[in-house]
Write a protein that binds this ligand. Structure first.
Ligand code: ADP
Ligand code: ADP
Ligand code: MG
Length: 496
């Protein structure tokens, strides 16, 4: 058993602060790293110590393993938490950290390696009685072979990059005529994006839900599951609204999925926090997609319904403690929703809409949690993921969580650029969402940018009132422009 004294968080933004909060609670000192673009970021001030690691591009800063190791040595850091994204699923990084006598707060190098590649994951899991999406679990390069597989599983099929992630590296093929062309493209894309051209073919589930299971394991072989998160509301195969529990799982199905997830975890001797993702079809049959060997963006909804601080557990597990609870001790209490606040324009294909955060007021009240990493008056850097905050609303049941979320979204004031907030309000109020009958095609099926105007009529009226003020504001800005190139933006008070 090793008592951690000082943690370096190899990340930025909300997740860096999230991790440091728990470390501080546990009496552990914290070290932040930051790029030139983040020198004024709250995560830098929150830490006990902070070190600049280089210019804005992440390849020259947040991804610099050698610099991070050197800082660990210089500042007597005894453990590194990678957050999500960046180096969190980089087996080479975890290996180097541990070779230098520093604990990696995450799973073993082997587990990261095996699960980091979708094909090796499928292969490893094969012996553990886990249902798989129909298809193959080896790389396919020959279009003729792909055609045979597609015929067996039936069109449409999905060509997937084995090394893919973040919703990238997937192509849907509707019919045999498109197959060869799409395969060529998939392979060259996989090569250029992930440096690995291996692709495989699986059945494309046409009305799927994405439901994932949170697992925790210790270094003594104990494993538990902390129920599911429903993550079906996505754009570009990326999640934007998550909730726990799912509105559609029965206790029996929950148990079956939980146990399948434990099988996946067992197959790679998993310890720390991890997530097993499943795709679920209309009949509630579920299939293994992949395992994410890290803390997930949407982990707060699980914390809210179980009362478990996942970061605290990760730290204790890294120290060598056995889990302090058993499966029977875990119960679902209430319901929790998360919306991801991205600096993106939902009226323009969710393209990033980065800028100056001229107003920033967070919502408050019972059941409201905001995990964020920016504050009013900051520029949002263009170099990184455009997620600026996560808004989490928890209630005694789903209806109360929805009510609280809608109120909180309306209270949240962000001006300076567009965000996904008004889209999330639209989605959460939609009958398909409130009834629980939705799938990953929600955005394609129900969403049109024009509908955002109707979400919040009072905001729309306000827009008319404010239009007059904008004219005045603009002339003021012109006066100020000599000293200040940043424009304040009234119009964005109405968020569309
Ligand atoms: P989650 O499963 O928690 O929703 P993702 O799997 O989409 O999250 O990835 C978490 C973070 O890491 C996101 O910020 C995403 O942009 C980034 N990310 C993950 N994999 C990749 C990848 N292969 N290329 C680029 N970014 C990635
Ligand atoms: P990533 O590593 O990018 O997260 P995943 O395999 O987890 O890749 O897939 C991301 C998303 O793509 C899923 O949440 C789901 O919406 C969609 N998807 C993946 N596989 C399938 C499939 N076989 N059929 C239909 N949709 C799929
Ligand atoms: Mg995934």
């Amino acid at each position: 058993m090793r008592k951690i004294q000082k943690i370096l968080v190899a990340n930025r933004g909300e997740i860096a602060i999230r991790v440091m909060r728990t470390a501080r609670e546990m009496g552990i000192k914290t070290v932040a790293i930051y790029s030139d673009a983040d020198s004024h970021s709250p995560h830098v001030r929150y830490a006990d110590e902070a070190v600049n690691v280089g210019p804005p591009p992440s390849a020259q800063s947040y991804l610099m393993t050698d610099k991070i190791i050197q800082i660990c040595k210089d500042l007597s850091v005894d453990a590194v938490h990678p957050g999500y994204g960046f180096l969190s699923e980089n087996a080479g990084f975890a290996k180097t950290i541990e070779e230098n006598g520093v604990l990696f707060i995450g799973p073993s190098v082997k587990a990261i390696e095996v699960m980091g590649d979708k094909l090796s994951a499928k292969e490893t899991v094969a012996a553990y009685d886990v249902p798989m999406v129909p298809g193959v679990n080896h790389a396919v390069t020959d279009p003729e072979e792909a055609r045979k597989i597609a015929e067996q599983v039936g069109y449409p099929v999905l060509i997937k990059a084995s090394a893919g992630g973040g919703g990238k590296g997937m192509r849907v093929v509707e019919n045999p005529e498109e197959l060869e062309e799409q395969m060529k493209r998939a392979i060259s894309e996989a090569l250029s994006s992930f440096g690995n051209g291996a692709v495989f073919v699986e059945k494309f589930i046409t009305s799927p839900r994405h439901i994932e299971i949170q697992v925790l394991g210790d270094k003594h072989g104990n494993l538990v599951y902390l129920f599911e998160r429903e993550c079906s509301i996505q754009r570009r195969h990326q999640k934007v609204i998550e909730e726990a529990p799912s509105a559609i799982l029965t206790p029996e199905k929950r148990k079956a999925m939980g146990e399948a997830a434990l099988g996946v975890a067992r197959s790679c001797d998993y310890y720390s926090a991890g997530t097993v993702e499943f795709i679920v079809d209309e009949n509630l049959d579920f299939f293994f997609l992949e395992m994410n060997t890290r803390l997930q963006v949407e982990h707060p909804v699980t914390e809210e319904i179980t009362g478990v601080d996942l970061v605290r557990e990760q730290i204790r597990i890294a120290e060598g403690h056995p889990l302090s609870f058993k499966q029977e001790d875990l119960k679902i209490k209430g319901h929790s929703l998360e919306v991801r606040v991205y600096a993106e324009d939902p009226t323009n294909n969710f393209l990033p809409d980065i800028g100056y955060l001229s107003t920033y007021k967070r919502p408050e009240g019972p059941g409201i949690r905001v995990d964020d990493g920016f504050e009013e008056g900051m520029d949002i850097p263009i170099y990184y993921d455009p997620m600026i905050a996560k808004l989490i609303a928890t209630g005694k049941d789903r209806a109360e969580a929805i009510e609280r979320m809608v109120k909180a979204i309306q209270e949240y004031e962000i001006t300076g650029f567009k965000t996904t907030l008004n889209f999330c309000e639209f989605a959460i109020k939609h009958e398909a969402f409130t009834s629980g009958k939705f799938d990953t095609k929600f955005v394609d099926t129900y969403y049109k940018p024009e509908l955002l105007q109707e979400v919040n009529p009072e905001h729309h009226d306000l827009a008319v009132v404010l239009a007059a003020l904008v004219v005045e504001e603009k002339s003021n800005n012109n006066l100020k422009a000599k000293n200040n190139t940043k424009t304040s933006n009234w119009k964005l008070r109405v968020r569309d």
